[in-house]
Design a protein around this ligand. Structure first.
Ligand SMILES: Nc1ncnc2c1ncn2[C@@H]1O[C@H](COP(=O)(O)OP(=O)(O)OP(=O)(O)O)[C@@H](O)[C@H]1O
Length: 701
């Protein structure tokens, strides 16, 4: 359980005095803890003397009379809120009264609260609200409990309404004790991944917490939560604002809190949240959850800044100056605003900009119906595991591809969320663009950039269309796919593993430029994490790396493996499934390896490529074989692949034996494993390849 001292330094000067001298595990071992803490405690006290903002905020939208019905209704709704929440699992939304006297209320506790702490936090916050906002028609409180809780009431409906101001920010006055440039991407990856996870929660709980290791042996912990009534998009944008807001005000410090009426964010270098078996923290990986009995240790010192109130706080701070330390703090705080963009030059969009984009992306169902002629078969481009894809034309003449997800599938719901939340933030010439989405009338529709030449798959498996694939074109497609994957793995704001790279997910625009598509199975990854284990295998036979199929291990190298298979297919003009279908039990990778070993690699090459640049071809076979090696560590990263493809002079290491699983062996493994896994759900494509979805019983230890 979190001690009261943990919260104290952020919110109460009395409890700051009680702050125990327990050394934090996050401090460098060589420095005596009291020396490290001393200046920080001084800072903390100094900052706290200029006054903290209240945990409550009374909105200035009108007053009620103390003897009127609104007052009675408010008292009724607030005094019963704690028990209403206790019986509703920590989140409650309701209303009391009629007409102009109706009072709407909403409350939620932090996801790691116990029933007891939740109850206490809500009860005292409700009481405080009645005292501190005696006649105001709308107000909210972050509570004074630890963990905190949020209450809002208003005379207008608030369920599902995102409220992001005012915000409260607090930061830990200790500084990050490692190279900031090395630290920043790790921080961003953890917080951004948790923001996505939290936003994908349920209508009862949108909460994610986790941790990641830092190169200096410290551990970073973060927790993000939204009011569960928010939509995923609203939740995510609220959390992005918290993350960006923290960066703006407090970049460089070693912990902080950003609280808004609709969402909260906290991070630090010590375990400040509680994980119990069975609560949402336990199921998060990566980052891993903190063990239940990890003692929550207080930070060395903290200070507070109220966002939206920052300038006010700074003015007061200057007024109580006399303390050189405060002046330094002021300068540093002001400096943070300027530093943020400089420290994140690649952070192109702010959270606000992203929300605007998400809003602009909403399409009306009527617009889509007009564009694709009411889902007419004549407009159908193809069909995947989760629904059909149609070609359409918007009123402005622009062509689009409309992906309509099956109505009934839960899995489809997850895929839909995944595609929207990822695609909205990805911008690269080799990734398909998201033009919009539609969620009307029970439909889940993605409006995508239209690729006039459809998928690479259609060219490889069609002996007539394949003629158009000269070696120059194939090589340019290979390089384009490599660049798209590199962007996903290393260059975008997020680390993304695609998990289902295959020729049907490489679409071709009118210049035959490849665009990676289908992010339904894509997975966000934490930067410093090399391997994650998943119990949910999704992908297509022939393209999935063996360690992923057998053990659920995902890493960037699983995509590298799929890339290698795709390159061999492009070079050979044959699908990996071709060999097993033609009665020949040999897999494409086995065939390629055998000929490589025998010194006859050109046997693999599509006869249509006779006379093409042989050294380039040979180099591509070589690179592809490096990508599909059994030894995961030996497979190159996409960064190395792009380099190797771009220069004929880079020396390539010798490939070792590839690993592959035939379709039959995948099926056999899953049906006879006896590991309790259910049989895979499959979707057999016309070409004979099979898409798999299976939940494995894997050992997560
Ligand atoms: N943006 C697009 N432009 C043009 N054609 C497209 C577009 N998106 C998809 N298609 C076509 O629709 C087909 C189905 O696409 P979808 O992404 O739904 O599934 P898939 O990748 O083929 O299979 P799976 O869902 O099993 O991975 C594709 O093979 C392609 O031919």
């Amino acid at each position: 359980m979190i001690s009261t001292e943990d919260h104290s330094c952020f919110s109460s000067s009395t409890t700051v005095m009680k702050q125990p001298a327990t050394p934090m595990s996050v401090q460098p071992p060589s420095t005596p803890p009291f020396l490290l803490r001393l200046p920080s405690v001084l800072l903390c006290l100094h900052i706290l003397t200029f006054g903290l903002s209240d945990a409550q905020h009374c909105y200035d939208i009108g007053n009620f009379t103390a003897a009127g019905n609104y007052a009675k209704n408010r008292e009724l709704v607030l005094s019963s809120l704690a028990s209403d929440m206790a019986s509703n699992g920590g989140f409650y939304s309701g209303k009391v009264g009629k007409g102009s006297d109706v009072v709407y209320v909403l409350g939620f506790c932090r996801g790691d609260s116990s029933n007891d702490t939740c109850f206490k936090c809500i009860s005292s916050a409700a009481e405080d609200l009645m005292i501190k906002c005696p006649t105001q028609k709308a107000a909210f409180s972050w509570g004074t409990g630890n963990p905190p809780c949020i209450i809002r009431y208003s005379n207008v409906p608030i369920y599902g309404v995102k409220q992001t101001s005012p915000a409260q920010m607090l930061y830990n006055t200790g500084h990050v004790q490692m190279d900031q440039d090395e630290f920043d991407p790790i921080w961003r990856n953890l917080t951004e991944e948790l923001a996505v996870r939290a936003s994908m929660g349920t209508s009862k709980l949108k909460f994610a917490a986790g941790r990641t290791s830092l190169p200096n042996f410290q551990t970073m912990f973060a927790l993000l939560q939204c009011s569960p009534d928010l939509s995923s998009l609203d939740c995510q944008s609220c959390l992005w604002e918290c993350i960006d807001g923290y960066q703006q005000c407090c970049h460089g410090y070693q912990g902080g809190v950003v609280q808004k009426p609709s969402c909260i964010f906290r991070w630090d270098l010590y375990p400040f949240f509680v994980s119990k078996p069975g609560n949402p923290l336990s199921s998060l990986s990566p980052p891993t959850a903190v063990a239940e009995d990890d003692p929550p240790t207080p930070p060395p010192a903290n200070a507070q800044v109220t966002c939206g109130n920052i300038l006010k706080s700074l003015r007061i701070a200057v007024a109580v100056a006399g303390s050189a330390v405060l002046v330094v703090m002021v300068i540093v705080s002001a400096h943070c605003f300027i530093r943020r963009r400089r420290s994140n030059p690649w952070m192109v969009l702010s959270a606000k900009e992203e929300v605007e984009i998400a809003e602009n992306l909403k399409f009306k169902i009527s617009e889509i119906m007009d564009a694709i002629n009411f889902f007419s078969e004549a407009n159908k481009l193809g069909e995947g595991g989760f629904g059909k894809v149609y070609r359409g034309k918007l009123e402005n003449g622009k062509y689009i591809a409309v992906k309509r997800l099956e109505r009934c599938s839960n899995q489809g719901q997850q895929h839909f969320k995944n595609e929207v939340t990822l695609l909205v933030r990805l911008q690269h010439n080799n990734l398909i663009k998201l033009h919009g989405y539609c969620l009307e009338e029970g439909e889940r529709i993605l409006i995508l950039e239209f690729a006039p030449n459809a998928s690479l798959d259609g060219f490889i498996s069609d002996s007539i269309k394949r003629v158009f694939l000269s070696w120059e074109r194939r090589f340019s497609i290979i390089r384009g796919i490599a660049r798209g994957l590199l962007y996903l793995h290393e260059d975008s704001r997020l680390r993304i593993i695609h998990r289902d790279l295959k020729p049907s997910n490489a679409l071709l625009d009118d210049n035959m430029n490849p665009k990676i598509s289908d992010f339904g199975t894509a997975r966000l990854f934490v930067l410093d994490q090399s391997i994650e284990k998943t119990a949910h295998i999704e992908g297509t036979s022939g393209y999935m790396a063996p360690e992923y199929v057998k053990h659920g291990e995902i890493s960037v190298k699983t995509d590298v493996y799929s890339f290698g298979v795709v390159v061999l297919e492009i070079i050979s003009g044959k699908k990996s499934s071709y060999f097993s279908r033609s009665g020949n039990s040999e897999h494409l990778l086995g065939y390629a390896w055998k000929n490589w070993r025998k010194g006859t690699p050109f046997r693999l090459v599509d006869p249509m490529l006779n006379g093409s640049a042989t050294s380039e071809l040979l180099r591509c076979i070589h690179i592809a074989l490096l990508c599909v090696q059994e030894n995961v560590a030996r497979r190159p990263t996409m960064g190395s692949v792009v380099l190797m493809l771009g220069s004929q002079s880079t020396t390539l290491p010798m490939p070792t034996r590839p690993a592959y699983l035939t379709d039959a062996s995948v099926r056999g493994m899953w049906t006879s494993s006896g590991n309790g896994s259910p049989p895979p759900s499959t979707n057999e494509a016309q070409d004979g390849s099979t898409s798999y979805m299976i939940s494995l019983s894997i050992d997560r230890s």
